[in-house]
Design a protein around this ligand. Structure first.
Ligand SMILES: Nc1ncnc2c1ncn2[C@@H]1O[C@H](COP(=O)(O)OP(=O)(O)OP(=O)(O)O)[C@@H](O)[C@H]1O
Length: 254
């Protein structure tokens, strides 16, 4: 069993003949923030989606908090878990998408309480108190009864973060959480993610925000062409990259 909160070993994934992940190893320690950078199409989103079994791996293994994701092992054989078990695992792996994916017909508060009530069957009063606290934490205490359509993109994304936190996940995965936002709204969302980092939330963040990576990441991973090309502390990967491909990428984005 691994001490890492997230542990990927030799993960391969293809779509038809397109090899998108070509043997990825990734370990994220408890309480640490890993930022994944890389060119468009390098496999970052696909990698993130394998962590909660939104994509099934072709080979290799994914573990979260020591538990194999999506499969049960018996002897040498792997059996895919039933849908219900997969959904149970997903409740402990938060996911924040580029496009928020809030329910438009539910208020901010109702969006936050939905999964803890339906998937975790926790007591209503407790979940409501938690949701009010979380909306306050993301700076939206006064918006709890407002529908997503009346919120800015940055506010919607902050509701989505509160919704992920409400499941009390072991890790939160962020897939380009600010890419769909107007530039002036990026900072308010990154500030919430920074606050989570300070409080010791384990996170994997796919982003193009190199400044954020420098400030917040414990580990920066640079991916290219389905492989982890380089990983290490921000000062190493961003300021003294060892690989030519990392240098070329950074020279384009910095
Ligand atoms: N469900 C799918 N079916 C077929 N091809 C896919 C699927 N999902 C992703 N791909 C392809 O896999 C490759 C990697 O995509 P992925 O989204 O993981 O890259 P990325 O590094 O996150 O890129 P970006 O920064 O543009 O989001 C791309 O060529 C993409 O078109």
């Amino acid at each position: 069993m691994s001490a890492a909160m997230v542990d990927l070993r030799d993960v391969h994934k293809s779509f038809g003949s397109l090899k998108v992940l070509r043997g990825v190893d990734l370990r994220v320690a408890r309480g640490e923030v890993t930022v994944i950078l890389g060119p468009s199409g390098s496999g970052k989103s696909t990698l993130l989606r394998t962590v909660n079994h939104l994509e099934k791996v072709d080979s290799g293994s994914v573990r979260v908090d020591g538990e194999l994701v999506g499969y049960r092992q018996s002897g040498d054989r792997l059996y895919e878990l039933r849908e219900r078990e997969i959904l149970r695992q997903r409740t402990r792996i938060g996911f924040v998408f580029q496009h928020f994916n809030l329910f438009p017909h539910l208020t901010a508060l109702e969006n936050v309480v939905e999964a803890p009530l339906s998937a975790q069957r926790r007591p209503k009063a407790e979940v409501h108190r938690l949701a009010v606290r979380l909306l306050d934490r993301v700076g939206l205490a006064d918006k709890k009864d407002v529908y997503p359509g009346q919120l800015s993109g940055g506010q919607q994304q902050r509701v989505a973060i509160a919704r992920a936190l409400a499941l009390e996940p072991k890790v939160i995965l962020f897939d380009e959480p600010t890419s769909a936002l107007d530039p002036e709204l990026v900072g308010e969302v990154l500030d919430v993610v920074k606050d989570l980092a300070r409080s010791g939330t384990t996170m994997i963040v796919v982003t193009h925000e190199v400044g954020f990576a420098r400030e917040v990441a414990d580990t920066v991973v640079f991916m290219d062409d389905g492989r982890v090309v380089e990983q290490g502390p921000p000062a190493q990967v961003l300021d003294a990259p060892r690989h030519e491909r990392t240098r070329v990428f950074l020279s384009k984005v910095l």
